[in-house]
Every structure is written in structure tokens, then in C-alpha cells.
Design a protein around this ligand. Structure first.
Ligand code: ADP
Ligand code: MG
Length: 621
């Protein structure tokens, strides 16, 4: 709650709206206690007194009634009616929407067609018709305004509910034997409540305006009772001769509607989880770069990540997700990057092409060189030309990276055509060839499948085909097989292996599974808390791990036919990267840690090709 308020008041306009609204609400709540004149007592002798004349701060109206008193009482009434109408409309509309969205089918159809019928009329006409039928009066105006806003809530909430009703947690609730009422109230309602609040906060000002409109036309509050609309209506005839009688209620309507809308927009932004972390800005096209220190010199590697530092700046906190990582691959080489979840593997991979979302991501040091050319801070156009064409990515979950509404062939062709000007027919032929290459059987037919029509392994092959589409020099695969079962995983690994041998492709393969590294990679780098703690040829590292962390990681891999052996989980958790301990980040979990491990920076040392970041490594072989 306090986080919500913090976020809300960081938005200056919303804060201003809140202050103005709070003052108005406080004033109208105190109105009965204030020493005001009776708002309805007429004194024809005092007609049209100007503001600031004796006894009448805001002057008097055409019947000599005190304007300040009428204004406060009128505002009180207008606010009450507007808020009541909003509450009624929100309650009825949301109830209709939730029921329609949850039950679906015929119930949904019948209810929503009824709602559509209401929506088919311009709402102000509809409100007029309702008041005409019920007769003028403030209560009837309230009913009319509430009624014409019910469809708005019903439609909005139904849409959200339909999306939620198909989700697994609703199925789980059903399986747990919960009744419909309970599911509606305890499972669905809390999830749609933010939407209801947002819809209300952005419409309540509108409803106040609509009520005032009806009163202005003489259909709402009846004389002598004052509300803002009727005050405006009565002042209309004296608009030119005595403008203060209309300006006073006019300014009040303006202040109320303006402050409610500003506050409402602020509430909407603050409740929107997508806008929650940090500024209300869209992510930039490339990661922000703020490099300090020297930029490392070029090497002759195909792709070299050199002393890369990537951080997340969230408020006051700095998350050092990548704290000085160096990796390099040559053509045809496969480098494994391994580490527990949260060790900074993905952030390293995404930094290469400037794909870390900014804000909050910032690259604060190092270089990424593709054929010697530094990509960090390169202009967007230069990066875009290389993304997918020279350096391609394969991500973990192809279902979330493939567009659900386009056929896979179309998406493959698009990947090709975004870098090369080729006719559609040629791109399509190439797409079929790619699907052949990744061993999708019957590629000519499968090319017109939608992503959801394919199995998980099949989709990941499409992901690989897409990465291969422009014959890149480097593929960065971020846990591409984690979501797959072992047989499919084995097929995908052998596919990647063939490709690098056949095409001289360099692969950076990110995983948390040593079994996979052993199968595919020439070299392996072990990451912990944003740094490399050990690297070397795969066989050597597997045979004789030097860092205690690597040793424990390898001990976690079960071995078929290895007899009964206890699988040693590593006790403790990886450190939070916004609060790294001094010295070795692994020391708190390490059983060999000494005093010296807890101070100072521990360098990566050893005789090439092996290196380890440890003061007391196991014997290097
Ligand atoms: P993994 O090795 O599992 O791929 P990641 O590279 O995704 O790990 O994450 C590395 C670290 O960066 C994690 O500790 C995570 O908490 C942090 N991190 C990632 N994204 C953000 C973000 N948007 N804001 C703050 N911290 C982040
Ligand atoms: Mg990851």
C-alpha cells in the first residue's frame, strides 16, 4: 500500500489532483458546520451582489441567495450523486461482467447482447429518455447516469474475466471442489478488482459531469435545491450581465473533474504492474551505456565479451547482475556458460546485442567485440543490422517468442526479409529448407502451422530455424532445451552440433546442466553471482574441477549406472546481486572458506587454458 502511494505521488499531476480533491472534499464535509447562510433563503433586495461585498464572499445570485453557501452545498450534492452513480454502475456492471465472463456460452451471449442494446444508444440520449420516463428529480438523474454507465463496466470486466476464467488457478479451484459463488468471490473478484478501481477512478469525473448536465437541463435537482448543474442553469440568463454567477459553479466543476481525472490517471498508472518498476517510460531500443574506465583492446576472436559490467539501477539500489565477465568464441567453437539461476547468464547474453531493457539496465563497463568492432554503445541502426543476421539468439520458451497469430512459415520469412530483400516466394522456399534443416518432418505442410499446433520440441526447432534463417556467424542459445524432455533435448543438441560442424557456426550455449555442457561444448565457463569463477576445456573442468562451486555443481548431476550415490545439493542460496559480500561471493556457502576469502577482490588466475577465481582451489590437473 505504501509502495502504491509512493508511486502515485511520484506522479506530480496526480499528487496535485489529490491535493485539490482533498481540499474540496474536506470543505464539503465540513459545510454543515461552517457559519454559512441558508443556501435557499432568498433576499430580492440583495440580487446579483458582486463577490467580496459585505457578508457575501462570492456574491449573490438572481434571487439574492448567498453563492458561497449554495456552492458548497451544491458541490456536496453533486459529488455525492456522482460518486453514488459511479459506485452503483461499477457494482452492477462488474457483477454482470464477471458472471458473463465466468460462465461464458449462452449466459454470456444473452447478457452481452442486452448490454450491447444499451450501448447502441448515445448515452446522453439514453439518460434523457430514462429521466423523461421516470420524471425529473435528482434521484432519477442518479439512476439514469448509473444505468447508462453500466454497459461500460460490464464490457470491460467481462473482457478481463474471460481471460482469467480459462487460467489454471481457476481450474485448480474447481478441482478443489469450490462452488461457483466462491470461485467468483474469492478467486476472480480479487483479480479484477484493480481493473474495477481503475475504471471507476477514470469515469467518476465523467459521471459528475453527466449529472451536472442533466441538472443544467432542469432534469436533475429541482429548485430551490442547489447542485452545480442547476446553479449553472439558473445563471445562464445572467451570463453576460453578471458573469460571476456562472463562473463560480463553472470553476468548481472544472476543479472537481480535472482533479479527479488527474488522480484517476495516476491511480491507473500506479496500479498497472507493467509500469510499476521505475519510470513510466517505454524501454529504449538498445541498452543504456554509461561506461567508466578503459575500453579493452580488440582481439582476433569472432565474438569477444571483454570485462563486461551490466547493472540494474532501480531507485537507490544497484543490482550488479554482470560484474566483469570475459568470454570469447572462434568460428566453429562451442562455449558453454553454466551457473545457477540468477547468476547473470541471461543478462550477459542479452548485453551482447544491447537487448537488456533500459531502464533499469545500464552497461557500465567493458566491451563486446564482433570481429573486432565494439558493439557497446554502437548506434541502434548498426546493432539492428547485426541482430539476427550476424548474431542470433535462441531463447528458452519458443511459445512466448513466436507470434501466436502468424503461421510459422510467415514468421520465418519475415525474419529473412527483415535483413535481406528477397521476394516472398523465395523467402518461403528458404523457410521450408530451414525447417528441413532442423529436421521437422513434412516441412512443406508444417510451414503453415500456427505455433500452438506444434509440440514443444517442434516449436524449439522453429526457434532454431529462425536463428539460422540469415546464416549468422554466432548463435547465443539461452537455455534452449530447459523446457524440453530429455529425448527431444538430445535431438536438439545433436542438431546444433551438426550445424556448427557443417557451417562453422560459433555457439555460446547457456545452461544450468553439466550433462548438456559435456555433450556439446568444447570449453565451459562457470558463472556465480555475475562473475566467471572458473573456465577451461570441458573435459578438463569435468575431470578435475578447481573451484569448490564447480565441484559442487558437478556433484549435483545424477549419473546413470553410477550406482547409489548421494546427490549433494548446495546448501544456502546465491547472494543477492544488490548486496554482494566482499571477497569471494561463494564464501558464505563454501566449506573451505578461510578468513582471506572474505576480503578484497579475488582475481581469475591459473595457467591457460584454465583459470579459476579461488584462493584455495582444488589441484589443477
Ligand atoms: P540467469 O543466470 O538465471 O539467466 P539472469 O541473468 O536472468 O540470471 O539474472 C541475473 C541477475 O540479475 C539476477 O540476480 C536478477 O535478480 C537480476 N535482474 C535481472 N533482471 C533484473 C531487473 N529488471 N531488475 C533488477 N534486477 C534484475
Ligand atoms: Mg536465464
Amino acid at each position: 500500500m505504501s509502495a502504491f502511494l509512493n508511486l502515485l505521488f511520484r506522479n506530480r499531476l496526480a499528487a496535485m489532483g489529490a491535493v485539490v480533491l482533498a481540499v474540496i472534499v474536506a470543505l464539503v464535509l465540513l459545510t454543515p458546520l461552517l457559519p454559512l447562510q441558508d443556501p435557499d433563503i432568498t433576499a430580492t433586495a440583495d440580487r446579483f451582489k458582486r463577490p467580496l461585498t459585505d457578508g457575501h464572499i462570492l456574491g449573490t445570485d438572481h434571487l439574492g441567495r448567498d453563492l458561497l453557501s449554495r456552492l458548497l452545498h451544491g458541490t456536496r450534492l453533486s459529488l455525492a450523486v456522482g460518486v453514488a452513480a459511479a459506485l452503483i454502475a461499477a457494482t452492477i456492471g462488474s457483477a454482470i461482467g464477471i458472471v458473463a465472463g465466468y460462465f461464458g456460452g449462452r449466459i454470456d451471449n444473452v447478457i452481452m447482447r442486452g448490454v450491447d442494446m444499451l450501448m447502441a444508444f448515445p448515452y446522453i440520449l439514453l439518460a434523457l429518455a430514462i429521466v423523461a420516463a421516470l420524471g425529473p428529480g435528482l434521484m432519477n438523474a442518479l439512476i439514469a447516469v448509473a444505468a447508462v454507465n453500466v454497459p461500460f463496466f460490464a464490457r470491460n470486466i467481462r473482457g478481463v474475466t474471460v481471460g482469467l476464467a480459462g487460467r489454471e488457478f481457476i481450474d485448480a479451484a474447481r478441482l478443489a471442489g469450490m462452488g461457483h459463488t466462491r470461485i467468483l468471490l474469492t478467486e476472480l473478484l480479487p483479480n479484477v478488482l484493480p481493473v474495477i478501481i481503475i475504471a471507476m477512478s477514470t469515469t467518476v469525473g465523467w459521471m459528475i459531469l453527466e449529472t451536472a448536465g442533466l441538472s443544467f437541463l432542469g432534469l436533475g435537482s429541482q429548485p430551490p435545491q442547489a447542485d452545480l448543474g442547476s446553479m449553472l442553469g439558473e445563471a445562464r440568463s445572467a451570463l453576460i450581465s453578471h458573469p460571476h454567477t456562472s463562473v463560480v459553479p463553472g470553476i468548481m466543476i472544472f476543479l472537481i473533474v480535472m482533479s479527479i481525472n488527474l488522480l484517476g490517471d495516476g491511480v491507473r498508472d500506479a496500479l498497472d504492474p507493467r509500469l510499476r518498476s521505475g519510470a513510466l517510460s517505454r524501454p529504449r531500443a538498445t541498452t543504456l551505456v554509461a561506461r567508466k574506465g578503459d575500453i579493452p583492446a580488440p582481439t582476433d576472436d569472432l565474438l569477444a565479451i571483454q570485462d563486461l559490467h551490466t547493472q540494474f539501477h532501480v531507485g537507490e539500489r544497484i543490482y550488479r547482475a554482470v560484474g566483469g565477465v570475459s568470454l570469447a568464441v572462434k568460428p566453429g567453437e562451442c562455449l558453454g556458460v553454466i551457473g545457477e539461476s540468477g547468476s547473470g547468464k541471461s543478462v550477459t547474453a542479452l548485453s551482447v546485442m544491447g537487448l537488456v531493457a533500459s531502464p533499469p539496465g545500464v552497461i557500465t563497463g567493458g566491451a563486446v567485440r564482433f570481429q573486432g568492432e565494439d558493439l557497446i554503445g554502437a548506434p541502434y541502426a548498426a546493432l539492428r543490422a547485426k541482430r539476427g543476421d550476424k548474431v542470433a539468439y535462441i531463447f528458452q520458451d519458443p511459445l512466448s517468442t513466436l507470434h501466436p497469430l502468424y503461421r510459422v512459415g510467415h514468421q520465418l520469412a519475415e525474419a529473412i526479409r527483415s535483413h535481406h530483400r528477397v521476394p516472398m516466394a523465395e523467402a518461403r522456399a528458404r523457410a521450408i529448407q530451414l525447417l528441413h534443416d532442423v529436421r521437422i518432418p513434412n516441412a512443406e505442410a508444417r510451414i503453415d502451422d500456427f505455433p500452438h499446433e506444434m509440440s514443444g520440441g517442434m516449436r524449439q526447432r522453429v526457434g532454431i530455424a529462425m536463428a539460422l534463417a540469415n546464416e549468422p556467424d554466432v548463435i547465443i542459445a539461452d537455455e534452449p532445451t530447459t523446457a524440453l524432455d530429455v529425448t527431444v533435448q538430445a535431438q536438439i543438441l545433436s542438431l546444433l552440433d551438426d550445424l556448427r560442424r557443417a557451417r562453422g557456426l560459433a555457439i555460446i550455449f547457456i545452461t544450468h546442466d553439466f550433462g548438456v555442457v559435456a555433450q556439446l561444448c568444447d570449453r565451459v565457463a562457470v558463472m556465480y553471482a555475475g562473475r566467471i569463477v572458473e573456465n577451461g576445456p570441458t573435459d578438463a573442468v569435468l575431470a578435475a574441477p578447481a573451484h569448490p562451486y564447480t565441484k559442487r555443481l558437478i556433484a549435483c548431476v545424477p549419473e546413470l549406472g553410477g550406482g547409489r550415490r548421494e546427490l549433494a545439493a548446495i546448501p544456502g542460496l546465491p547472494p543477492m546481486v544488490d548486496d554482494l559480500p566482499p571477497g569471494c561471493a561463494f564464501a558464505p556457502r563454501c566449506d573451505k572458506a578461510q578468513e582471506a576469502c572474505r576480503t578484497g577482490d579475488i582475481p581469475l588466475s591459473g595457467t591457460p587454458p584454465r583459470a579459476v577465481r579461488c584462493l584455495y582451489p582444488e589441484e589443477l590437473v
